[in-house]
Design a protein around this ligand. Structure first.
Ligand code: MGD
Ligand code: MGD
Ligand code: MO
Length: 773
């Protein structure tokens, strides 16, 4: 029986609760930034580092994927960007002495928070079969070990190569090339748990799985709908863009079960008015929807638009656009007209009047943008939900014109770029053809494994070497005990990482930690100091140059590690010039330029300040590279999560003091929670109905068709203005509750935002610490 260390130590997790805030940023954000930055980096390094953030000659923020504005401020950073940087640029170190002192069994008892706080990894470390401790290993021996394990596999498909979205374009391109030269498309990535539903829905409907707006479009929009996203915490720089849009006359609607402070009001810390004044009110209309109610909401809006057109023919729909550029309108419209208001009310929990108000705002707007994030992508019916958003925009020609479009807001800073570079288990034939031609080999054609299927394959013994380029696989994925057992079932698990995390202590028979440079570190190779490139959420590609002295002298970059591994695995006859790639990343960019459309003259174009835009057919000239050659309307049956009587729906989300599985601190300032993370936010009437009071404790137990008991013990009850029937608690503590097999249709994304739960009596802090499986 293995213990399962939670993200925080339950004995010290003692949340204090005050009322939620109604505005984001302002002076407290600046103060908090300074505190965290100086604790990790000291004062001088903090100033030097933060001044380089998101500047034309500096490094790209390792926080979120929101694009950089025109570099007008001397310090273009936000509180959470600064925390991400401080976490990486910390002066604390985890070296051989640390691993000699702490056995793996000891580390497996520590919380994720504690592990992350220990500092930057400095030395390649091996956990040998049967060993109790990690011990240092040289780079050559480490890479040789991985190579021989890979070569010993019966089939290349018994290896999986995971990528987290911080990886640069150069490292991502090199990794997928290596995996495919080795012979597999097993390239699962964090996107499988994130915006895969957006990619699936957009590719099908508009022909490209990326957003169709640039920053300037937000400034020109009449109406911006923000659904299922908490930008105040997760994309704080988006609030400056929303503020600017608002000043230019846009109206903003937020659709969310929670009244998120950042969407209510924004105090821009970049100016005096924001620091001391009341800030800018952002949201004009707040629709407090039920979890998973967005498909019904957009269906209802589409019905109202069709009815408005019936009343005043020729004035509501963009007929010219629909006729010239769209396919499937009649079938869609016939189905939309059957939308049943009772079903809409049940699914959304919204008064019909409010939906009619929003439809009225839509009719008054010529240019509409819909922004979304995990609230829309992590449900069983996420793909049809996003297709319905596309229907909504197509009706009034809101795709491919200034000030309008789809805006999925990505998470990790280069998750979109990694996909562009070919980190995908289901690559297109065109991509593989180009790759094969350029590097004179026949890439594997069979689809590979995504995240959920990789876990199943490791569990069932079909994958036995797991290699991760960043991330924290066991903590980020669903069904924690299942995933942990799957990892333990491997022959070898390898993590290329900057910081210590849970995935280093739940290992295969043998394990390697390969420490690497981060975005902020100076990366000097044989060809001189290197730069890398990244692509933001709006398809802008630009360079990033680290400037800080690396945490240890012989740290290798991600790219150098992959090239070293590829050489040792594929042998001297392999036609790819891995040595040249590793010496100067410009050589990799020259090849990317020849393989991937839109990257022509890559090396010269990254010299342009601000970088360059990748082509996007729908946005650039209303060309839709779909199966029909047009933008596809789709028919999406009205579905919503089903919740049995006496049960609630739980969403698992982020606090203000975390970056995914990295915990920065124990506060969720905007939601009024301090000094703890094991909280469940409940509507007061739901709490009363279940006999729970503010400050009381309860276990959360999830229900799924397999009948397996999944329990997250000891959560403090917080009465909160969430939608009735809809609870919220933080990830990764609650990943134990998400069943591996509960995934979105088509995209296979875990349904992290709709988990059916019941309450059971509190097992106490000991129960939480001991939650054995
Ligand atoms: N500081 C910080 N920044 C981050 C991250 C981080 O952890 N910390 N993570 C990064 C990553 S990888 C990602 S993907 C993004 C995530 O960014 P978000 O998607 O904003 O992250 P979540 O905390 O999961 O928040 C989901 C939001 O959707 C709402 N929501 C949940 N379910 C529903 C629903 O059914 N319908 C509607 N309409 N709303 C719903 C929730 O109440 C919440 O406001 O942020 C990125 N940026
Ligand atoms: N229940 C639930 N589960 C979720 C979600 C949810 O909302 N609810 N969200 C999902 C989403 S949207 C995502 S994107 C995933 C995130 O999944 P991951 O991307 O796998 O997780 P992170 O916590 O971002 O990974 C953090 C680790 O990355 C390493 N790291 C940081 N920077 C670098 C770097 O520059 N290079 C390298 N090589 N390593 C680095 C550090 O060692 C750090 O410990 O989680 C998913 N899981
Ligand atoms: Mo994400």
């Amino acid at each position: 029986m293995a213990r399962q260390a939670p993200a925080t130590d339950p004995a010290q997790d003692a949340p204090e609760v005050t009322a939620p805030k109604h505005a984001a940023a302002g002076l407290p954000a600046l103060l908090h930034t300074t505190q965290i930055a100086t604790a990790q980096m000291g004062a001088a390094r903090s100033v030097r580092t933060l001044l380089k953030l998101n500047q034309p000659d500096g490094f790209d923020c390792p926080g979120c994927a929101w694009p950089e504005p025109e570099h007008t401020h001397t310090a273009e950073f936000c509180e959470n960007g600064a925390k991400a940087v401080a976490e990486e640029a910390t002066l604390r170190r985890v070296g051989p002495a640390f691993f000699a002192e702490h056995s793996v069994a000891d580390l497996a008892e520590r919380s994720g928070y504690w592990l992350g706080q220990q500092g930057r990894l400095t030395t390649p470390m091996l956990l040998d079969e049967g060993a109790t401790h990690y011990t240092p290993i040289g780079w050559d021996a480490a890479l040789q070990l991985v190579a021989s394990e890979l070569k010993a596999l019966d089939t290349p498909d018994a290896a999986a190569f995971y990528t987290s979205g911080r990886t640069s374009n150069e490292a991502a391109f090199t990794l997928q090339l290596f995996a495919r030269q080795f012979g597999t498309n097993n390239l699962p990535d964090c996107s499988n748990m994130c915006h895969e539903s957006s990619g699936s829905a957009l590719t099908e409907t508009i022909g490209i799985g990326k957003g169709s707006v640039h920053l300037k479009d937000l400034y020109q929009a009449d109406l911006i709908i923000v659904a299922g996203q908490n930008p105040g915490t997760n994309h704080p720089r988006m609030l400056s863009a929303l503020e600017r849009a608002k000043r230019a006359g846009a109206r903003i609607v937020s659709v969310n079960p929670l009244p998120e402070a950042g969407l209510e009001r924004f105090k821009n810390p970049q100016n005096a008015r924001g620091l001391v004044g009341a800030g800018t009110k952002l949201t004009d209309l707040f629709l407090q929807v039920r979890l998973g109610g967005d498909l019904a909401l957009f269906r209802a809006l589409n019905l109202l638009l069709l009815e408005a057109e019936d009343k005043a023919p020729g004035t509501v729909l963009d007929h010219a656009f629909i006729e010239q550029h769209c396919h499937g309108f009649a079938e869609f419209a016939d189905d939309a007209r059957t939308t049943d208001w009772d079903a809409v009310a049940a699914a959304t929990g919204l008064p019909e009047e409010q939906i009619r108000d929003l439809a009225g705002m839509v009719l008054e707007s010529q240019k509409v943008i819909v922004c979304w994030a995990m609230g829309l992508t992590q449900h069983k019916h996420s793909v049809p939900t996003i297709r319905e958003v596309v229907n909504f925009l197509l009706l009034r020609g809101n795709v491919g014109k200034p000030g309008a479009g789809v805006c999925p807001v990505r998470g990790h800073s280069n998750v979109q770029g990694d996909r562009t570079m070919g980190i995908f288990e289901r690559p297109s034939a065109a991509f593989l053809d180009a790759l094969g031609t350029e590097f004179r080999f026949e890439p594997p054609r069979e689809h590979g494994l995504d995240v959920v299927d990789t876990i199943r394959a490791m569990r069932d013994g079909r994958v036995s070497v797991f290699f991760a380029m960043g991330g924290n696989f066991v903590a980020a994925t669903p069904d924690t005990p299942v995933t942990e057992d799957a990892m333990r079932n491997c022959r070898l698990t390898v993590h290329v990482s900057t910081k210590l995390n849970r995935s280093h202590v739940v290992t295969g028979a043998r394990a390697l930690i390969l420490p690497t440079l981060g975005r902020t570190d100076l990366d000097r190779r044989a060809g001189g100091p290197q730069q890398v490139t990244v692509e933001d959420s709006m398809g802008m590609v630009h360079a990033s140059r680290g400037a800080l002295k690396p945490p240890a002298a012989d740290l290798l970059s991600e790219t150098a590690i992959i090239c070293g591994l590829a050489r040792r695995t594929l042998g001297p006859k392999n036609p790819v010039p891995w040595e040249d790639f590793s010496a100067d990343y410009g050589n990799i960019r020259d090849r990317i330029a020849r393989v991937i459309p839109g990257f022509e003259d890559f090396n010269s174009r990254i010299r342009q300040p601000g970088g360059f835009a990748l082509p996007h057919g729908p946005r650039d000239n209303r060309s839709f590279p779909t199966s029909t050659g047009k933008a596809n309307f789709s028919v999406n049956a009205l579905t919503a999560p089903e919740v049995p009587p006496g049960r609630l729906l739980l969403q698992t989300l982020r606090s203000h003091d975390q970056y995914n599985t990295t915990i920065y601190g124990l506060d969720d300032r905007y939601r009024g929670i301090k000094d703890g993370r094991r909280v469940v936010l409940l509507h007061p009437e739901d709490a009363a109905e279940h006999g729970l009071a503010e400050g009381g404790y309860t276990d959360l137990v999830s229900e799924w068709t397999d009948g397996v008991e999944r329990r997250a013990p000891h959560f403090r009850v917080v009465l909160y203005p969430t939608t009735r029937g809809c609870a919220a608690a933080y990830y990764p503590e609650t990943n134990v509750l998400v069943p591996l097999d509960s995934t979105a249709d088509t995209s296979n994304t875990p349904t992290s935002k709709s988990v059916v739960i019941r309450f059971e009596p509190d097992s106490g802090p000991e129960g939480a610490a001991d939650s054995a499986h």
